[in-house]
Design a protein around this ligand. Structure first.
Ligand code: ADP
Ligand code: MG
Length: 631
């Protein structure tokens, strides 16, 4: 069958209305998109209070009121014109843009698919003016200084789009979500959302930490860690959910770049990588992260809805975010337990409490940490031990040794794969009631260690916990000693060749040394073929071509250092599993106590390498509840 070519039509310029409707197709997906644009405008106008009123999930009506700087009567007709903006005037300003809007198309696009009216008054004006976008009619109106934008009958002119909308309840949820994102980014501004005359969400101006708790809930705050880092041109702050607060969907991931909510695969990947060996692959971490950097270091003009950005130095951003997140997540939760039951009258100010994770993590200087240990040689100084232990440049274990010396106990013999359990002294056992994870009392079923601490009962999965301890030690040793050394390679009797893309070949050639360090000897056979001559000795069953391909993909995306580190970590995890104490081995009380102490001093000790918890606390309250015992 020969298709008949369609008759040729002349090229014509589109009319303004149609151009705006096409733009609206990109900018306005649903009522929530309109809400986002209008609230962006209110914030750009310096509003301190923003009120959103919706009818029928926003499809019938979206009204956004603000108390910002308003629009001069003479400029109202321009506000609804395509490509008319007060926010940028030239290319230089586009490259340094710090307002939410700058494309000058939102109001025009919305007006092309809905009824739109603006009522606005500048602070100095005698009264307000109101414009109807369709008729262009301008009239005097009554209003306090600020702006009200009313959008009615969304998609009335484009019924096909309207069919894609979900139920009112779903559209309302999306609209509230849009305001929630603004509320996270701007704690200094009050927000309210009304639906059909009912108040459905409200956030009053508050300090940043309070706003975070107001928006995401106290549960999230309690199950998360603070992240704060100034890394040259990049400033990061936020909170990262602990692994146990992870979710099956990526619906609790809030990322802001210079105050703008964005989706960014690079940053999402960097954060996920920080959870790599603490979270099952299918689980999604919850987090909120604010990245601030000079506007010229990030391009915000890459997507019509400004939901995506492009970083000038993507690798540096990835690296900085991942490291900061790893550091925030590393300390074991035991560090946050008060060693003794909280007694406010006598507790020194620095004692971290379980209710409010302390700020010592980022703030505590090293010398402060050392002074703290000297001043207070008790388990209360545990966080200081942790700081020393992880000091960049400091010998690994330094804090631990300092601590042991203060306690009058010999340092724990350094552990390695296959090494025996650490040994502790009776002195330790006697004092162990003061420790965050408590004093061992028994072993259960050859699997669990039971301990008593100030809060009640601690249950430890001994294999999982020891595996993590061995793994973290191997990582420290590998980072300190074997940096740059190659993983052992196993030459292939018959080299494997495979068809490769131009990009794969380019990466293979550029990263030849990195591949070699991973035990992969990869060469170029032709313009379309690569050959693998060795694979890592630790992976004797791996398909060399598959392995090489996936490593090339990662190398192209992530850079050499990250890939090498991950490969090492995978290998060390396997070694750790073999090195850790097996189930059904009887431990002495001293061995159990030594395990608890080692957990307290080990990063990420709360999860085994596969993301399962290593210990649980049952408080006296939990136990009372079990026995229906009123206290
Ligand atoms: P953009 O925000 O990209 O400039 P818009 O179409 O969203 O484009 O808005 C056009 C212009 O209308 C803005 O540049 C601003 O000057 C003005 N404007 C819109 N909303 C408000 C508001 N709530 N308060 C003050 N001025 C506003
Ligand atoms: Mg705008």
């Amino acid at each position: 069958m020969n298709a008949v070519p369609p008759p040729r039509r002349p090229i014509r310029e589109l009319n303004d209305e149609l151009i705006s409707q096409i733009a609206a197709g990109e900018v306005v997906e649903r009522p929530a998109s309109v809400v986002r644009e209008l609230v962006d405008n209110a914030l750009d106008a310096g509003a301190r209070t923003v009120t959103v009123r919706l009818a029928a999930g926003g499809v019938r009506a979206i009204v956004v009121e603000d108390d910002g700087g308003g629009i001069a009567a003479g400029e109202l007709p321009l506000a609804v014109k395509r490509h008319a903006t007060s926010k940028i005037a030239d290319l230089g300003e586009l490259e340094r843009v710090s307002t939410m809007g700058f494309r000058g198309e939102a109001l025009a696009a919305i007006a092309s698919i809905a009824e739109l009216q603006i009522t606005s008054r500048e602070p100095g004006a005698a009264h307000a003016h109101r414009i109807d976008a369709h008729s262009g009619e301008l009239q005097p109106a009554a209003r306090a200084p600020g702006t009200t934008v009313e959008v009615r009958e969304l998609f009335f002119a484009t019924p096909a789009r309207r069919k894609f909308l979900k139920t009112d309840a779903t559209e309302l949820a999306h609209a509230v979500d849009a305001v929630r994102r603004h509320a996270l980014a701007r704690p200094d501004v009050s927000f309210a959302v009304w639906h059909e005359g009912r108040l459905v969400a409200q956030w009053r101006a508050a300090a940043p930490a309070q706003r975070l708790a107001d928006v995401l809930g106290a549960d999230f705050v309690a199950a998360s860690r603070e992240l704060q880092r100034d890394a040259g041109p990049l400033q990061l702050r936020g909170r990262l959910g602990l692994p146990e607060a992870a979710r099956s969907r990526a619906d609790h991931q809030y990322l802001f770049v210079n105050g703008r909510f964005v989706r960014d695969r690079l940053v999402a990947h960097a954060l996920r990588a920080a959870y790599d060996d603490q979270l099952h692959g299918s689980r999604q971490p919850a987090y909120v992260l604010f990245i601030a950097l000079a506007p010229e270091l990030v391009d915000v003009n890459v997507h019509p809805t400004k939901i995506e950005v492009r970083f000038r130095d993507a690798r540096a951003v990835h690296e900085t975010v991942r490291r900061a997140a790893e550091d925030a997540l590393a300390p074991s939760r035991a560090a946050f337990l008060p060693a003794t039951a909280p007694t406010p009258a006598t507790a020194p100010a620095q004692v971290p409490t379980a209710a409010a994770p302390p700020a010592w993590q980022g703030a505590l200087a090293l010398d402060h940490a050392a002074a703290w240990i000297a001043r207070e040689p008790s388990p209360r100084a545990w966080p200081a031990v942790h700081v020393l232990h992880n000091a960049p440049g400091g010998a690994p274990g330094e804090g631990w040794a300092a601590w042991q010396a203060l306690r009058g106990a010999p340092p724990t013999p350094s552990d390695a794969a296959g090494a025996p359990m650490p040994v502790s002294t009776p002195h330790d056992a006697a004092a162990a009631g003061d420790w965050p994870l408590g004093r061992a009392v028994a072993q259960l079923g050859g699997v669990y260690v039971l301990a008593e601490n100030a809060h009640g009962l601690v249950i430890v999965d001994m294999h999982a916990a020891h595996e993590r301890i061995v793994y973290e030690r191997l990582k420290v040793a590998a980072a300190a000693g074997a940096d740059g050394a190659a993983l052992p390679a196993q030459p292939l009797l018959i080299p494997v060749s495979f068809a490769a893309t131009a990009a794969e070949i380019a990466t293979a050639e550029a990263e030849h040394d990195t591949l070699h360090a991973l035990g992969l000897d990869v060469g170029t056979l032709s313009a379309t073929t690569l050959v693998v001559r060795s694979r890592p000795a630790a992976l004797p069953d791996a398909d060399p071509a598959e392995l090489t391909r996936s490593v090339l993909v990662e190398l192209a995306q992530l850079g050499a250092s990250r890939v090498v580190q991950r490969a090492r970590d995978d290998l060390l995890a396997t070694m750790a599993c073999h090195g850790a104490v097996r189930a059904n081995r009887r431990l002495t009380i001293d061995e159990m106590n030594a395990l608890l102490r080692a957990m307290e001093a080990t990063d990420r000790a709360d999860q085994c390498n596969h993301g399962r918890p290593t210990w649980r606390q049952l408080t006296m309250k939990d136990l009372d509840a079990l026995f229906l015992r009123g206290r």
